[in-house]
Design a protein around this ligand. Structure first.
Ligand SMILES: C[S@@+](CC[C@H](N)C(=O)[O-])C[C@H]1O[C@@H](n2cnc3c(N)ncnc32)[C@H](O)[C@@H]1O
Length: 296
């Protein structure tokens, strides 16, 4: 693994991005991991931080042997595959875009289903950098529907960031599918970080429109059941979710910590403050300082 230096940041802006929770999450991870899995990848902030830590050149810093990312959103999966396999072509494709309202709506109107990973990934990056609030949201048919955003001079192509991400993705499996396709293959010594679309914290703060299928209460229940199954298989699992009475009840019996985190992506600027989130683990992680339990 080449020496990279400072932590690599996500290449997309994504609702629910975990950059602000990185310290809390990394501190709970074990020092040695067989397969590191992130099946709700999104911007994959945790993967990029962990992988660049492993690439720092210090042999003792390497935590995982293999990594697998997955997501239900095929545009995002195409972007990671294109970055991993054809970063030069992706960069060239991005040179063809400019910040322009008409071009934005033309590209937004294209059907990405028959596109190559490179064209599809470039389209996502262009729309992500120029849409309102940098939010990726799809309708019930899975079609991206965020309007054009006003920026001074948005950076559509960040070549350095893409090349750094490509190095870290080089040995990484990228799966399109449900989280269970990844968690079902993990075994003893593996570690999974689960960051699902959050259960609604209130009737007005509910965002699950990352992919056509959404993520409803049955999915939240399915995931909670999976955490218990993983514990029986000795797979360590750490999960983040909204801190609500429902999520605390869903994960009753598992180790829970409340953490405060600043939120930035929200269509309503009034609700961009700090929120309480829940970190749930299916083992008892050692954390650097004593924390108040969320009362499992
Ligand atoms: C909260 S976001 C993850 C954010 C990510 N941790 C980051 O740093 O940006 C949740 C992600 O899960 C994906 N997703 C939704 N339902 C899924 C499912 N059933 N299986 C796998 N991924 C799913 C969404 O497309 C979205 O990208």
């Amino acid at each position: 693994m080449p020496v990279i230096g400072s932590p690599v940041r996500p290449i997309v802006k994504w609702a629910g991005g975990k950059t602000r929770l990185l310290g809390e999450i990394l501190a709970r991870m074990p020092a040695r991991i067989g397969t590191y899995a992130e099946p709700f990848a999104g911007g994959a902030a945790v993967f990029f931080a962990l992988a660049s830590e492993s690439a720092s050149g210090r042999p003792t810093a390497r935590r995982f042997e293999r990594a697998v990312l997955a997501d239900r959103n095929l545009d995002l999966v195409a972007l990671y595959r294109a970055t991993r396999d054809s970063v030069g072509d992706l960069i060239e494709a991005l040179r063809g875009f400019r910040y322009d309202r008409d071009l934005f709506y033309e590209v937004r109107g294209q059907d990405p289903s028959a596109m190559s990973d490179v064209s599809r990934g470039a389209r996502l990056l262009f729309l992500n950098r120029t849409c309102y609030n940098g939010l990726w949201r799809v309708n019930s048919k899975g079609i991206f529907n965020v309007p054009f955003g006003r920026y001074k001079n948005p950076k559509i192509l960040d070549e350095k960031a893409l090349r750094s991400a490509a190095l870290l993705l080089a040995q990484t499996e990228v799966v399109h599918g449900d989280f269970s396709e990844v968690t079902g293959k993990l075994g003893s010594g593996d570690f999974v970080y689960l960051d699902p679309p959050y259960a609604p914290a209130s009737s007005t703060s509910d965002f699950t429109a990352y992919a056509r299928e959404g993520f409803g209460p049955d999915d939240q229940q399915r995931l909670a059941t999976e955490l218990i199954r993983l514990r029986k298989k000795r797979v360590l699992a750490l999960l983040s979710n909204a801190d609500t009475p429902e999520t605390r009840a869903l994960y009753a019996g598992l180790s829970q910590d409340r953490v405060r985190v600043a939120r930035s992506i929200n269509s309503d600027p009034a609700s961009r403050g700090e929120v309480s989130e829940l970190l749930v683990s299916n083992w008892a992680p050692t954390t650097p300082r004593k924390r108040r339990s969320a009362g499992a």
